[in-house]
Design a protein. Structure first.
Lengths: 115, 110
């Protein structure tokens, strides 16, 4: 596709429910990142994939958060037992690791609201 | 842990003015620095990427500089336009992670 896409654009869920957020990166981009952005803040790193594997998941806040990228393209961020504090915009970015450049291209985000 | 600070938090200027946005970071061991703009309710749009070995990058009316040793970057916007109104974010890459500042909210008044 032309850019990074994320679905859904908005998700409202009740506390305690399970949610999945999807990211479709730019075709051919091997690196994929998930971030979380709260109102008035910059994006906060969650996890980085290089191909199919999670190269760095140190930003995941706890074990309720998990992400996969089984075929090295589309990624899904999964949140179990959602809490109101999980409400934020979840952003996905991808990079083509060319000549050491890690320029990131972001999707429009998924706004998650936990009621 | 890398910390990124952006000053000012908000800026309002009349159309046509030149302006400078500032970004500072605490650890000079970075791979690169990237400037983004974010429009309300939208994702981030990449403006400029500066590798750690570079001093500046230019794109149109935008010029970004990097002084790695002092932990500073500036984004210069020439002849500002109302369409430049947005939040501007800088991010530094250290290791596998990118660290973002909280942004500067720019308003250009027609």
């Amino acid at each position: 596709g032309a850019g990074v896409s994320q679905t859904p654009s908005n998700k409202v869920t009740e506390k305690g429910k399970y949610v999945e957020l999807r990211c479709d990166p730019i075709s051919g981009h091997t690196a994929l990142y998930w971030y979380r952005q709260s109102l008035g803040q910059g994006p906060e790193f969650l996890i980085y994939f290089q191909g199919t594997g999670a190269a760095d998941d140190s930003g995941l806040p706890n074990d309720r958060f998990f992400a996969v990228r089984p075929e090295g393209s589309v990624s899904t961020l999964k949140i179990q037992r959602t809490e109101r504090g999980d409400s934020a915009v979840y952003l996905c970015a991808s990079s083509l690791l060319k000549l050491g450049s890690y320029e990131q291209y972001f999707g429009p985000g998924t706004r998650l609201t936990v009621t | 842990k890398q910390e990124v600070t952006q000053i000012p938090a908000a800026l309002s200027v009349p159309e046509g003015e030149n302006l400078v946005l500032n970004c500072s970071f605490t650890d000079s061991a970075i791979y690169n620095l990237q400037w983004f703009r974010q429009d309300p309710g939208k994702g981030l749009t990449s403006l400029l990427l500066i590798q750690s070995s570079q001093r500046e990058q230019t794109s149109g009316r935008l010029n970004a500089s990097l002084d790695k040793s002092s932990g500073r970057s500036t984004l210069y916007i020439a002849a500002s336009q109302p369409g430049d109104s947005a939040t501007y974010l800088c991010a530094v890459r250290a290791g596998n992670q990118f660290y973002f500042g909280t942004g500067t909210s720019l308003t250009v008044i027609p």
